[in-house]
Design a protein around this ligand. Structure first.
Ligand code: F6P
Length: 320
C-alpha cells in the first residue's frame, strides 16, 4: 500500500483531529502517502483533495471540531455521486480509504466498497456513542463532560431559585449521553428513547422530593425520547412548579477534547492504518474492554448496541 485517503464525515466530534493526526503520522512513518479529503464525501465528489504532510497535522491534537471540515452528503447516497467520487480515486492513485465518522458515513463507505472495491476502514467518531461493536466512539467523552459541566452550572441557579430544570441533550435516537450525564450529574429523572416513560410518575417523584426538602430538581431528556420544551410544560401543568428548560444543542459537540477522547482517537487512527497495511478491507476499528480491535463493517448494521439499563436503575435509586 503506497497511498491512502482520509476524511472526516457526518457530525464533527471532539477528538477527530487527534485521529487525523494519528492516521497521517502513522501512515507516513510506514512510508505511505496520505491524501486528505476535505468536507467528507462531498469533497470526495468535488475533488477537494490534497496531499497531507507531517506538518499539516501539527498543533491540532487539542482542537475540537475537525480541521478537514465535514459534511453530510446527499449526492453520495446515489450511485452516480459515488461514481463521480471514484474518478478521484484513479486521479489521485488512492489504494485505501479511512473514514472517521458515524454510522451514516460507514453506510457510504460500505456502498463505495461494494461498487468500486476500494479497501475501506471506518473509525467511529460521533458524540452519540451509538456505533455497535465498540464500547466508545471518539467525541462521546468530551460531550458527556460538556453536559455534566452544564448540569453543574444549572444546579447553581436551580438551587438559588428552588426551580425544576429540564435539560435536553443530543444523541439522535440513542440515550447514551443522557443516561451517562444523568447519572454523573445526579439528575432526578432521565428520559431516554430506549425506555418508555410515564410523565405522571416523574411528576410524583418531583412532588415527593420537594416534600422531603429538595431545593431543586433536574430532569435529563434525550432528544430522541421527547422534546424538552414539552416535558417542561407538562411538569409545570401537573406539579405547578416553576420550571425552566435548557436545550444544550451544539454546545455539547464543541470544545477541547478530553484526554480520553484524544487517546482513543490516537489509538484508533493508528489501528486503521495497521488494518489497511494488513490488506484487510470493510473493517471498523474500535475498543472493547480496553483492547483496540477491528471488526467487520457489516457488524455496525447487524449488531445492536444497548444502553446499560442497570445504570438507569442506579440513577433512580441514588436520586430518590
Ligand atoms: O450525530 C451527532 C449529532 O450531534 C446528534 O446528536 C444530533 O442529533 C445531530 O448530530 C445534529 O446534527 P446537525 O449538526 O446536522 O444539526
Amino acid at each position: 500500500m503506497q497511498r491512502i485517503a482520509l476524511m472526516t464525515s457526518g457530525g464533527d466530534a471532539p477528538g477527530m483531529n487527534s485521529a487525523v493526526r494519528a492516521v497521517v503520522r502513522k501512515a507516513i512513518y510506514h512510508g505511505i502517502e496520505v491524501i486528505g479529503i476535505n468536507r467528507g464525501f462531498s469533497g470526495f465528489i468535488d475533488g477537494d483533495l490534497w496531499p497531507m504532510s507531517l506538518g499539516s497535522v501539527a498543533d491540532i491534537i487539542h482542537r475540537g471540531g475537525t480541521i478537514m471540515h465535514t459534511a453530510r452528503s446527499e449526492d453520495f447516497t446515489t450511485a452516480e455521486g459515488r461514481a463521480r467520487a471514484y474518478e478521484n480515486v484513479g486521479r489521485f492513485g488512492i489504494q485505501g480509504l479511512v473514514v472517521i465518522g458515524g454510522d451514516g458515513s460507514f453506510k457510504g463507505a460500505k456502498l463505495f466498497h461494494q461498487e468500486h472495491n476500494l479497501p475501506v476502514v471506518g473509525v467511529p467518531g460521533t458524540i452519540d456513542n451509538d456505533i455497535p461493536g465498540t464500547d466508545y466512539t471518539i467525541g462521546f467523552d468530551t460531550a458527556l463532560n460538556n453536559v455534566v459541566d452544564a448540569i453543574n452550572k444549572i444546579r447553581d441557579t436551580a438551587t438559588s431559585h428552588e426551580r425544576t430544570f429540564v435539560i435536553e441533550v443530543m444523541g439522535r435516537d440513542a440515550g447514551f449521553i443522557a443516561l451517562n450525564a444523568g447519572l454523573a450529574g445526579g439528575a432526578e429523572s432521565i428520559i431516554i428513547p430506549e425506555v418508555p416513560f410515564d410523565i405522571k410518575e416523574i411528576c410524583n417523584k418531583l412532588l415527593r422530593g420537594v416534600k422531603r426538602g429538595k431545593l431543586h430538581s433536574i430532569i435529563l431528556v434525550a432528544e430522541g425520547a421527547a422534546s424538552g420544551l414539552e416535558i417542561g410544560k407538562k411538569i409545570e401543568e401537573l406539579t405547578g412548579f416553576d420550571t425552566r428548560v435548557t436545550i444544550l444543542g451544539h454546545l455539547q459537540r464543541g470544545g477541547i477534547p478530553t484526554a480520553f477522547d484524544r487517546l482513543l482517537a490516537a489509538r484508533l487512527g493508528a489501528k486503521a492504518v495497521d488494518v489497511l497495511m494488513e490488506g484487510k478491507t470493510n473493517r471498523v476499528v474500535g475498543i472493547r474492554s480496553g483492547e483496540i480491535i477491528d471488526y467487520h463493517l457489516d457488524d455496525v448494521f447487524n449488531l445492536e448496541k444497548k444502553v446499560e439499563l442497570d445504570m438507569l436503575e442506579l440513577a433512580k435509586i441514588l436520586s430518590i
